[in-house]
Design a protein around this ligand. Sequence first.
Ligand code: FMN
Length: 438
Amino acid sequence: MDKSLPEDLGEASGNGAAQAAALQALSRNSGLRPWRLGNKTLLPVVQGGMGVGISAGGLAGAVAGLGGVGTISSVDLRRHHPDLMARTANVARQPDARARIDAANLEALDREIKRARTLSGGRGMIAVNIMRAVSEYEHYVRQSLASGIDAVVVGAGLPLDLPELGRDHPQVALIPILSDLRGVQLVMRKWEKKGRLPDAIVIENPRLAGGHLGAAKVADLQDHRFDFEVVLPEVMAFFRSAGLDGRIPLIAAGGISSLDDIRRLQGLGASAVQLGTAFAVTLECDAHPEFKRVLADATPEDIVEFTSVAGLPARAVRTPWLDKYLRNESKLKEKARVQPNCNMWFDCLSHCGLRDGNANWGQFCIDKELGQALEGDRHEGLFFRGAGRLPFGNQIRSVHELMQWLVGGILPPGVRESEQDGWQSAQRSEAALEAAQE
Ligand SMILES: Cc1cc2nc3c(=O)[nH]c(=O)nc-3n(C[C@H](O)[C@H](O)[C@H](O)COP(=O)(O)O)c2cc1C
């Protein structure tokens, strides 16, 4: 996508192994604990999956190549492959439209996993993020396993059936994304009956993260029960009471932007942290440069929350399209009707507010809007973004520079640490600590 970059930026420099070793040493010197997943010792930094196409093989491979976890988002990856787009260009109204698009997307997923693996030089870990809410969820999981992925990470719904899907690949880490103790207890109970424990759990804070959020409705997003100071100790205490102390690493996600954040979260019991927005604005991110500019140039007043077509709250930048949509939302909801077919002919979501005429859910085509954002259309696209500040203000820098900042507190030349200037932070107020102590 980013045509100004060589295809293999990660390995083109040829010194990925040396950079990864230096980052490990830097991280240790900063007092951060490395963590283990499967048989790998990793930097405590995970790059979160970002769809549609924002984190493909390029970004995931660059992060893994430096010793972290790089995550490919599985949804509609054919968008990165002109031949697959050409193959599925004129399928509208044909009976096999969905089958052909799905097949193209599975082929694209296989290609992106292989691309990430090559770029990583065998270092770090490559994960695939799959939304439970997408209709091809099961096929995406199976393709990821067949393509040799290291970890499958599932959010946007409860992956209660993941243990069965992963049964023949016991070496592949299975990681749910959850937001509070209740969700953790539910998944653990169901998985235990199937003889499997999560290999790690992402605890994503819906107050701060980008994209779809793990709360029932927009009004719940600011609830203190999601604060890291509340959830992490609660989950740790639950693990202790279940005799699982130290067995399931926790990965904290949402609003994290500095070494101090990582130290604090490791102090609360997290093994690693996951960042989305900060990786979306790196040079290696697979989106168009204009996508990165929209995220990096946004101010706190530009960030907005709304209900997506998947029925979940979501957070994005109030771009012209989103502004217009939100102004017309109630009228569109009044007109909600079951549609004869999906706008894009492949029914990306199992349940879609627009296609299914559900007036309580969003009323737009999410694949079309996210696709336009991926291509850098700042007027028509939907640009997911977290509510936290970015480490380097509005600068687009490399994954290596971001990693050096996160694990070593080293700022790239020409960058000053961005000031709080109204952005939210992963650090919660005294109120959260009080709530945690109650
Ligand atoms: C552009 C964008 C797209 C995202 N898409 C997905 C997704 O497809 N699946 C998912 O589980 N999380 C998604 N997320 C959430 C990230 O993986 C990550 O957990 C979250 O953004 C962390 O918060 P941060 O952006 O404040 O670092 C997305 C986030 C962004 C910014």
